[in-house]
Ligand binder design. Structure first.
Ligand code: SF4
Length: 493
């Protein structure tokens, strides 16, 4: 194995927080468990990287030849650099104990061009750090790079037929942005190498950098001392104010001084927690309920958003609606009915068409349609109407009927300390109905549902497919059943 201390990802990690770098290299067992959503993002990034290679066809897949034997990889890179007009995918370079693997390296007429592929739709600062480090390593290892480009996703591309990679990707030179950073990189590299060689973990407290630019993998470890309900739970307080309180020794809700400036909603949360008393504003709740007319539907969508559009009439990261759950009450006292839709994970079928047709058929009878957090469902419906204009009239009718059950909780008409500053349905349901929660479900988060459905596209084991589909149906059904129960609690008020 090559003798390297840093890689481009550990360098970026170190720029975010040197403690994260140290833990990553010396105590990897402290890392948080990789969530399914994060795993899906990695897989997606890998697929985007492979697809971008087709921008420079007939290149040499170096990684296949060296696998993880970086010494062999470095030797191969050296050999291929002597050949004219080549494209190398994932060529490793080594300088000053830093290993850098470049996505695509192209030579043309004796000039060398570097391309780094990102699945983002723009170029953020951290991508520039990453590119600056790669340039530093490649240049100092002896190869003169004539230009350095970032290849990223063009979110205006709309798929029609086969993927057009030239349209899907935007290629932008960042040479002018990374050259001025070379001195910074050189100093930072020495600083991070010293951190790694030090005998103890850097003494760094939690801070804004724990979630920016990336959610750190060690939050479970570093945040252990923060109680379940703390200043970090106060709704809309803003991270800077939360850290300001924390750095001044105010961590628990009980520690917040009486004269600390909070808005009305935040003050409601804090006083409710301090007195352990729910806040129930009866008149506001009555006014809200007077706007809801039976029959009532309860509706919830699940979506996934592929970086590379999977279907015609979709663009990168377009949310693809693949599932809904729909409960229906004809009147306050009638029996509850349930309907649902879950698409087949089949590349040949666009899930959105079956989704719209089933939804239109099952909401045909008049009635208000309650959702929880209206902006999500309404935006999905607007997108569906744009992508499938033949349904736009009927979809507009659904949009005109939807109402938001989140309002009484968002506005703190109904608040209990058990909600811990949140008005998400995951917090509100167990607070109002202590016997009911998402905890027992195999799938209990929207991101997990997206990943589970996406994984079905490649799954061939029929038992796993059946089990995953059952889990997806259970999860989405609980979302709308929760809304039914929540409405009943409000009506009870
Ligand atoms: S959780 Fe925060 S303090 Fe801990 S290593 Fe990560 S970024 Fe650093």
């Amino acid at each position: 194995m090559s003798n390297h201390l840093l890689s481009k990802s550990s360098f970026v990690k170190g720029c975010q927080c040197s403690k994260a770098l140290y833990l990553y290299c010396h105590h990897p067992q402290l890392k948080d468990e990789l969530s399914e959503s994060k795993q899906t993002i990695f897989t997606q990034g890998h697929q985007v990287g492979e697809l971008a290679q087709s921008l420079f066809p007939d290149g040499i897949k170096l990684k296949k030849e060296y696998d993880f034997d970086f010494d062999k990889g470095l030797e191969l890179t050296k050999q291929y650099l002597s050949k004219p007009d080549v494209a190398l995918y994932e060529a490793p370079f080594l300088h000053n104990e830093i290993l850098s693997i470049l996505d695509i390296l192209v030579s043309k007429n004796g000039r060398w061009y570097a391309y780094e592929v990102k699945s983002s739709t723009g170029i953020k600062d951290e991508v520039i750090w990453d590119a600056a480090l790669q340039y530093y390593v490649i240049k100092n290892s002896g190869l003169n790079i004539d230009d350095f480009f970032i290849v990223y996703i063009n979110n205006q591309y709309v798929r029609h037929g086969e993927i057009d990679v030239k349209q899907l990707f935007t290629i932008e030179s960042v040479r002018d942005r990374i050259l001025p950073l070379q001195e910074f990189v050189s100093e930072k590299v020495e600083e991070l190498k010293a951190v790694l060689k030090s005998p103890s973990v850097p003494d760094i407290d939690i801070g804004l950098y724990c979630e920016k630019p990336y959610i750190c993998d060690f939050m479970g470890h570093c945040w252990k001392h923060i109680p379940d309900y703390s200043v970090f739970n106060i709704g809309n307080l803003g991270k800077e104010k939360q850290y300001d309180l924390y750095y001044n020794g105010i961590v628990r809700i009980e520690d917040i001084p009486d004269d600390y400036k909070l808005n009305d909603k935040q003050r409601t949360e804090v006083s409710s927690a301090l007195t352990n008393t729910p806040v129930i504003k009866k008149q506001e709740i009555r006014d809200f309920l007077s706007g809801i007319n039976y029959p009532v539907y309860f509706l919830d969508f699940e979506t996934f958003f592929p970086a590379v559009p999977m279907f015609d009439n979709s663009r990168p990261y377009r949310q693809i609606s693949f599932q809904y759950s729909l409960h229906y009450l004809d009147s306050k006292d009638s029996d509850l009915q349930h309907f649902e839709y879950l698409a087949e994970a089949d590349y040949k079928i666009d899930p959105r068409i079956g989704f719209i047709e089933a939804l239109l058929a099952q909401t045909e009878k008049p009635g208000d349609i309650l959702v929880y957090n209206i902006s999500f469902e309404r935006t999905r419906l607007i997108e569906l109407a744009q992508d499938f204009p033949q349904y736009s009239g009927a979809i507009a009718d659904i949009i005109s009927r939807i109402k938001d059950l989140m309002i009484p909780f968002q506005n703190r008409y109904y608040y209990t300390p058990a909600m811990r500053g949140s008005h998400s349905i995951k917090a509100v349901l167990p607070a109002l109905m202590p016997g009911m929660s998402y905890g027992d479900l195999e799938i209990n988060q929207g991101g997990q549902a997206s990943s589970a459905f996406v994984n079905l596209y490649e799954e061939t084991n029929t038992e796993i497919i059946a089990k995953t589909r059952a889990n997806l149906l259970d999860y989405c059904k609980l979302d709308t059943l929760a809304m039914v129960k929540i409405l009943k609690v409000l009506e009870g008020v």
